[in-house]
Design a protein around this ligand. Structure first.
Ligand code: FAD
Length: 400
């Protein structure tokens, strides 16, 4: 039987482990955490991410856990429009917002009973070679397989062994996320309930409704970003700081921050890989190693593409290895995965960096340039009918 070891039970690892198992692979999923758990935040799934999830698991029930994301436009802190909202066309899956815990629940359900999950197992050693099946271990126990999938995030141990040139670096800003449960959300007038994006000088605030659905967790999700390093203070102090920074911003920013409790706050430093790995696929023994998700292409969150690309990775890998025998064919599929994914992800990373520079602009001239660029850059990347996120389609399964 074809065997795979997946390192990391984040979104990339869960999606890939489930997809491989459904195609008949015997999968072991290794996670260093004591349990598989999502942080209590949310995520935007752009059309590419939604299509990828459908390709990975058509029975995943994805549409039951997401809420459509209306175009809330982009505003200045005083409420004036930088980019006015636009109705989305009806065709194809539109962007949607999903509570991360609902998404994890669905991904875990997709593992079925054919994935052997080992939690509390941190891999520290990676072994590969032309004549050796890839293996990983913690110094005492080793797991070897035909296919090793590195889904161990931005600080990936597997990537550091195989592509040490890719370094995890700070992007120059910090982010705070929270989901406020429905009963605490202020009663917002219809035009504010839609959410949207607001850009100040070096600051950004985005909010979106999760809706109230029988199948999922509701409330309002917000994410704030500020230039600079992450704050060392306790959560309550950080929340007080956020309320001060955003105090004069248009409604409902202040109301959402007022309804947030310190225990809701998920602060983090925004980091990325620079440069990207020279390859995402490495032959080894009867198959090889692939890098997926943040292990391959961690990037700032301004386009909301990190997880969407991870699902694209998983869908692409699945299409390449679904019917692939081990040996030379699997080695070739691993290299094909690299050819399929590196140009696509490099292009999204490039656009993300441009958008990050634009939305985090400070200074009068930079702000003026930002405002001018937004109107053209945004539709090109996040366009409703065309663009980086609307145009991607999952590849057809390869038959060998
Ligand atoms: C503020 C913010 C907002 C974002 N918004 C969006 C959005 O709207 N849309 C979107 O698509 N993306 C978004 N992203 C990006 C997205 O969150 C990430 O791209 C995604 O979580 C990456 O998933 P992953 O599975 O690759 O990595 P991770 O989530 O980091 O998972 C890696 C897993 O591997 C495990 N692990 C690590 N090392 C080891 C080891 N040595 N041994 C065993 N296990 C190990 C970890 O414990 C973890 O469970 C956002 C990011 C940020 C910071």
């Amino acid at each position: 039987m074809r065997t795979a070891v997946v390192v990391g039970a984040g979104m990339a690892g869960l999606a890939t482990a489930g997809a491989l198992a459904r195609d008949g692979w015997q999968v072991t999923l290794l996670e260093r955490g004591e349990r598989v758990a999502a942080s209590p935040t949310a995520l935007v799934l752009w059309p590419n991410g939604r299509r990828a999830l459908e390709a990975i698991d058509p029975d995943g029930g994805w549409s039951a856990i997401v809420s459509p994301l209306p175009d809330g436009g982009v505003r200045r802190p005083d409420g004036q429009w930088l980019v006015a909202p636009r109705a989305r066309p009806g065709a194809g899956p539109g962007p949607a917002v999903v509570h991360l815990e609902d998404l994890y629940d669905a991904l875990v359900a997709g593992l079925g009973d054919r994935v052997d999950i080992r939690t509390g197992f941190e891999i520290t050693t990676v072994r590969t070679g032309r004549a050796q099946r890839p293996s990983v271990g913690d110094g005492r126990t080793y797991f070897e397989a035909d296919l090793l999938v590195a889904a161990d995030g931005i600080d990936s141990t597997v990537r550091r062994a195989l592509a040490p040139e890719a370094a995890a670096v700070g992007s120059g800003f910090a982010a705070w996320q929270a989901v406020i449960p429905g009963y605490r959300v202020p009663d917002l007038p219809a035009d504010q309930a839609v959410g949207g994006e607001t850009l100040g000088a070096g600051y950004r605030f985005v909010s979106m409704p999760l809706g109230e659905r029988a199948a999922g967790r509701g409330g309002v999700y917000w994410v704030a970003t500020a230039a600079g390093a992450p704050r060392p203070e306790p959560a309550a102090t950080q929340l007080a700081l956020l309320r001060r920074w955003f105090a004069s911003w248009h409604a409902p920013v202040g109301a959402l921050l007022a309804a947030t409790r310190p225990e809701d706050l998920v602060p983090q430093e925004v980091r990325e890989l620079r440069p990207l790995p020279r390859s995402y696929g490495f032959r080894s023994g009867t198959g090889g190693v692939v890098l997926i998700g943040d292990a391959a292409h961690a990037m700032p969150h301004h386009l909301g593409q990190g997880a969407c690309l991870a699902f694209e990775d998983a869908a692409t890998l699945r299409s390449l290895v679904a019917d692939c025998p081990t040996g030379a064919a699997l080695g070739a599929a691993v290299e094909e995965y690299d050819r399929a994914r590196r140009p696509r992800t490099a292009s999204v990373v490039r656009q993300t960096r441009r958008m990050s520079a634009v939305v985090q602009a400070r200074g009068r001239l930079a702000l003026r340039a930002r405002n001018a660029a937004l109107g053209s850059l945004r539709p090109r990347i996040l366009g409703h009918d065309h663009g980086l996120t609307a145009d991607w389609q999952p590849p057809d399964p390869k038959t060998t």
